[in-house]
Design a protein around this ligand. Structure first.
Ligand SMILES: NC(=O)c1ccc[n+]([C@@H]2O[C@H](COP(=O)([O-])OP(=O)(O)OC[C@H]3O[C@@H](n4cnc5c(N)ncnc54)[C@H](O)[C@@H]3O)[C@@H](O)[C@H]2O)c1
Length: 439
């Protein structure tokens, strides 16, 4: 561990100057005493220029790729790697070999082999890698973890979680967008959307590791055969249902100012063009977000259920439900001494302790986080950055800090769940080997 001069900020290079990295990097603006962005790498000149302008980065510290950055001697304490899912390992390996510590977006790998390769590389080169499991930092989940660690509900019997993906989110990200097609993003829907949720399950179970998993799922709704007879190919071009279809690009992206701008208007610098004519032209011609949701090239599932058996015999389950009216997450943990359950959207947790009295079987406590700062994953984005600073400085981190090895149980569970889904639900063993205990 390097000696740390507390009077200077942690220095970071942004790798992949896209949506997520720029959110993390913005911590430097709010806390210049803690974080300074000193370099950037991205093949997109536009993204690189934007990062350089925002953080006043010298031209000699701008690079056309992670690989080009790795070719020069390291000049920062940490890399913030926010490239896309399938690029995480290929961009991280050279940077780890060059000696950088790293904040790495999830999923940190897209296959089990890749995950092991990255872990081995970090272990061999002595790098410290923190994975962006931002939900672990939300007050809601952190409170659950602390109560479980305190043994408040005894030994876990079952843990049940649900993620409802709202219909506009579903069609934007997983039907028309970046995570719609396995070939493009190399992530299944479970890996892209629910690696957080499965991570939460395995994190809450702690040293009780998952040992087998089975899963069912399908793409049943967003298929050509479900298109209304009169549907066109593009909502604003040739579809008579443009003002009636709930998935209409006009209704979701034009009629609701600000909705999904960062995705839909990526070619316009992630900002909604001022001119309606320009937007209509884009959605009617080459903008992927203008396509009919029943006539896209999507192949990821729109629903999936996962059942996990843990070493202790505890059972975990997670349902991903795509296309719900509203998005949301719920969790319900049953232990031998009580229960914890709640809705992330309502930001309320109910904690029941088994306590027989003549009047009642249990007592109940309600925790309400709705007055907390909940921006960015229930407050998770900013709190993760606070922990990153401690992580890089070698200070004590929070209970939510996720090293690579710590992220392995969740990732391996997702990989095996998808294997099971493709095998019609056949149970799969989860082999964690020595990875989780030795790094
Ligand atoms: N933690 C979370 O809650 C959360 C939320 C959303 C997305 N994500 C994850 O964050 C990651 C980034 O998503 P995004 O929406 O910000 O993506 P993005 O497309 O906005 O940004 C990715 C950037 O990487 C750049 N890039 C491509 N190849 C590169 C290379 N070789 N070297 C350097 N840069 C390169 C691209 O040009 C692009 O600018 C994804 O893995 C996604 O799954 C995480």
């Amino acid at each position: 561990m390097q000696k740390w001069d507390k009077n200077r900020p942690v220095t970071a290079v942004i790798v992949g100057c896209g949506h997520r990295s720029m959110i993390y990097a913005s911590y430097a603006k709010e806390h210049p005493d803690q974080l300074k962005i000193v370099g950037a790498a991205d093949p997109s000149e536009k993204a690189l220029r934007q990062a350089a302008e925002e953080y006043d980065i010298k031209s000699e510290r701008l690079f056309a790729s992670a690989q080009a950055l790795a070719a020069v001697p390291p000049f920062a304490d940490v890399v913030i790697n926010g490239t896309m899912d399938q690029q995480h390992v290929q961009t991280s390996l050279p940077l780890l070999r060059a000696g950088y510590d790293m904040l790495l977006e999830k999923p940190f790998a897209v296959t089990a082999d890749e995950a092991r390769e990255l872990l081995d590389c970090a272990r061999q080169n002595g790098n410290r890698v923190m994975v962006c499991h931002v939900l672990r930092y939300a007050h809601f989940y952190q409170a659950i973890k602390k109560r479980l660690l305190a043994g408040e509900i005894g030994k876990i019997i079952t843990i049940v979680s649900n993620e409802y993906v709202s219909y506009d989110h579903m069609v934007t990200s997983y039907v028309r967008g970046k995570w719609a097609k396995f070939e493009n993003c190399h992530s299944s829907m479970l890996l892209a959307k629910c690696s957080h949720d499965i991570d939460i399950l395995t994190w809450l179970l702690g040293t009780d590791h998952p040992r087998s998993v089975c899963s069912f799922g399908s793409r049943s709704l967003f298929r050509a055969e479900n298109a209304p007879k009169e549907a066109g190919s593009r909502c604003t071009l040739d579809c008579p249902l443009v003002d009636r279809c709930p998935y209409s690009a006009k209704r979701i992206y034009l009629d609701r100012p600000g909705a999904w701008d960062g995705y839909v208007w990526k070619d316009f610098g992630c900002k909604r063009p001022d001119s309606m004519a320009v937007m209509l032209e884009s959605l009617s011609t080459d903008n992927p977000y203008g396509r009919c949701v029943f006539r896209c090239d999507n192949d990821v599932v729109d629903r999936q259920s996962v059942l996990i058996e843990f070493q202790s015999g505890a059972i975990g389950s997670h349902n991903m439900i795509g296309g719900a009216a509203g998005g949301g997450r719920t969790i319900h943990i049953t232990g031998t001494a009580g229960e914890i359950y709640g809705s992330f959207e309502q930001q309320k947790l109910h904690i029941k302790h088994i306590h027989p009295t003549p009047d009642s079987l249990f007592d109940e406590e309600v925790l309400d986080f709705s007055d907390e700062d909940l921006s960015g994953h229930g407050g998770g984005d900013a709190r993760l950055m606070e922990d990153l600073i401690r992580f890089v400085r070698g200070e004590e981190t929070s209970v939510s800090c996720t090293g690579l090895a710590d992220s392995m149980p969740g990732h391996m569970t997702v990989f095996m769940a998808d294997k099971s889904r493709l095998a019609g639900g056949a149970p799969q063993k989860i082999a964690l080997g020595d990875a989780i205990n030795t790094y």
